[in-house]
Design a protein around this ligand. Sequence first.
Ligand SMILES: O=C(O)CCC(=O)c1ccccc1C(=O)O
Ligand SMILES: [Mg+2]
Length: 346
Amino acid sequence: MRIEQFSLALATPLTTAHGTIDSREGFLVFVDVDGTRGIGEATPLPGWTESLEACRDALDRAGRAAETDGWDAAFTTLTNADEPAARHGLALALCDARSRAADVPLYRHFGGEHTKRVPANATIGDGGVEETVVEATEAIEQGFSTLKIKVGAREVAADIARIDAVRNAVGDNVTLRADANGAWSREEARTALDAFVDLDVAFVEQPLAADDLAGHAALRGGSVGIALDEALAEHAVETVLAADAADVLVVKPMVLGGPDRAREAALRAREAGLDAVVTTTIDGALARTGAVHVAASLSNPPACGLATADRLAEDLVPDPAPIAGGEVCVPQAPGNAPDPDLSEER
Ligand SMILES: O=C(O)CCC(=O)c1ccccc1C(=O)O
Ligand SMILES: [Mg+2]
């Protein structure tokens, strides 16, 4: 197992209620499984996952275990909860190699039916009213029919005005979602949800703090759904499901410890009657493509948060899963991504 650090600048920083993401640092993970190459990506996002340093330490530890005792031993040195990005890096590398060896695209290796495209949502940042409307209108022109708008960084009334302006600009046939990143109090969330009924907002992602499962459970029941995202960085999937706290789970492979874990979480959500939206943490192309395969492995996925490549000013490889007309093209080559030519010489 070989580990190589990278850093990617963002062209368009993503500002959320919790701060601004303006660059992404991580590691490429190269493995050889019985003669077949696999490449994974571990791109930790502190606050959501372990730190870059902890990720590096965990990958080094897993690498040593792999050398002496094999891949299973390497996995037992990593946990979903403590080192999810490191586990993601190793898991993506291994499932890339295994699906490549089996000569099938990764989503088929996961058990998915043949599928060419997955619908994606546009991700609209936390600008003022005018900026938000411009971004929303541009996204519609690009072919998106689902928009996810960041809220929670300003007064609730200002966010309601932003969503109202977007609804007026885009008309009734566009699905609107909002993501508060845990910024609201229970009262603020109630005020926002009440206003969002008339604006036909499909769901709000993480209106309350990650640990307030009871508060989220109490917000449910109206026409505006509750989606949980940060809550899954803090609690096990089963805990969240048992709390009856959500209509939708937001499934981030980098946060859940790998594409395999993300698929399991999505299937569990569906079994429990919830929907699952697969999204990235603004990852490099390899992890983003892994997330695309997770979404493509589900039958009829909803619009997913996979349209994040264009936020990067540079990327690891040419985009294996480009967006066209509001949909992601699912790679059909064996493995996760077509051989990116960065294996042997690096
Ligand atoms: O879901 C999307 O549309 C894109 C991904 C996204 O919003 C995101 C990206 C990085 C960190 C957190 C989040 C989030 O969903 O809160
Ligand atoms: Mg979110």
